[in-house]
Ligand binder design. Structure first.
Ligand SMILES: Nc1nc2c(ncn2[C@@H]2O[C@H](COP(=O)(O)OP(=O)(O)OP(=O)(O)O)[C@@H](O)[C@H]2O)c(=O)[nH]1
Ligand SMILES: [Mg+2]
Length: 308
């Protein structure tokens, strides 16, 4: 219990790391109880470090969602992996997520091996989580748990499902047991380190990533250009945002025939933003070509992906 001078209060930074698409963002949202970090069925959805804050009576857990660790070649992907490695080396505790291996006895794939090597190098206290157990056979799950255990990297290994919530109470117990005395990093009520503009931009990117395919989701970035609150009549937030793509052909796809695709993206994003902020939204989107922005260090920084 917290006393008047703050004694007894515990806190810590807990990073979530793993290969792309293993369910890191889904898990963080579930643990925090709100959509702090966008999740989609496509890999490489998360591009930065995103904090989600869980406030307890006498503790605070600051989760850090990270981009998937993978073999990166492009400048954008290298920065993404850099953000993940930064979190992995700084966190008080690391939750390392993997999916059940395809068959009992299967060795780790090259990406999982890369991940385990990075966890070993970072040398931080870690829990090993086998996620998506709702979608796998019991034998596969047991074999993957035992393979994680045998690495010697983890204080505990645990099967979980970020989707159904299976075993998340136990996971929270393991995390809370490891919190050390520390400050209240974020004030009550603040659930993320992201500003309103960033969160809105991310919800637009989520709608775009979900609705487009091939290279389009990976060549798109979103920037909120302005927010304007109208208070006359029913409160309304007017959002102007730009979607940046790398080529003219991608611009055509994002706009779609007769503007149909852009309208669908806008409508889905608007609903999600309204749900998050609880205010009516007017959303204006424009699509701009920024030639090969994902390969240009200066443009990456301008679009919210600075060098770590
Ligand atoms: N069946 C099942 N699907 C899950 C579970 N957790 C996440 N998923 C799905 O896996 C996909 C990827 O989830 P994300 O949370 O975006 O994964 P991520 O690790 O954050 O991915 P990146 O940000 O791309 O690295 C989504 O379609 C999720 O719904 C789970 O426990 N069970
Ligand atoms: Mg993610």
């Amino acid at each position: 219990m917290r006393t008047a001078d703050g004694a007894g209060y515990r806190s810590g930074f807990v990073c979530l790391v793993g290969r792309p698409n293993v369910g890191k963002s889904t898990l963080m949202n579930r643990l925090v109880g709100s959509t702090v970090s966008i999740a989609t069925p496509k890999p490489q959805t998360t591009r930065t470090r995103i904090m989600g804050v869980l406030h307890g009576e006498d503790y605070q857990v600051v989760f850090i969602d990270t981009p998937g660790i993978h073999q990166a070649f492009s400048p954008l992907n290298k920065r993404m992996v850099g953000y993940a490695l930064g979190a992995l080396s700084d966190a008080d505790l690391c939750c390392v997520l993997v999916e059940p291996r395809p068959s009992p006895g299967a060795p780790p794939g090259p990406e999982e091996q890369l991940l385990l090597d990075r966890v070993r190098e970072a040398g931080r206290p870690a829990l090993g989580l086998v996620n998506k157990v709702d979608a796998a056979g019991g034998e596969q799950v047991l074999a993957t748990l035992s393979a994680l255990h045998d690495t010697g990297l983890f204080a505990e290994v645990l099967p979980v499902s970020a989707l159904t919530g299976h075993n998340l109470e136990r996971l929270m117990q393991l995390i809370l047991e490891r919190l050390e005395p520390g400050p209240e990093y974020f004030p009550p009520g603040q659930i993320s380190d992201q500003g309103r503009e960033t969160m809105i931009g991310e919800l637009i990117r989520q709608a775009l990533m979900t609705r487009t395919r091939d290279e389009v989701p990976y060549g798109a970035a979103v920037r909120v250009e302005s927010l304007e609150e109208r208070t006359q009549g029913e409160p309304l937030l007017v959002v102007h945002a730009s979607i940046f793509v790398e080529r003219d052909s991608q611009k055509g796809i994002v706009i779609g025939k007769g503007g149909k695709m852009l309208k669908a993206i806008g409508s889905e994003a608007r609903q999600r933003i309204e749900n998050l902020l609880g205010v009516r939204i007017f959303l204006e989107l424009n699509v701009r070509v920024l030639d090969r922005w994902s390969e240009d260090p200066r443009r990456l920084t301008e679009l919210g992906y600075p060098e770590d």
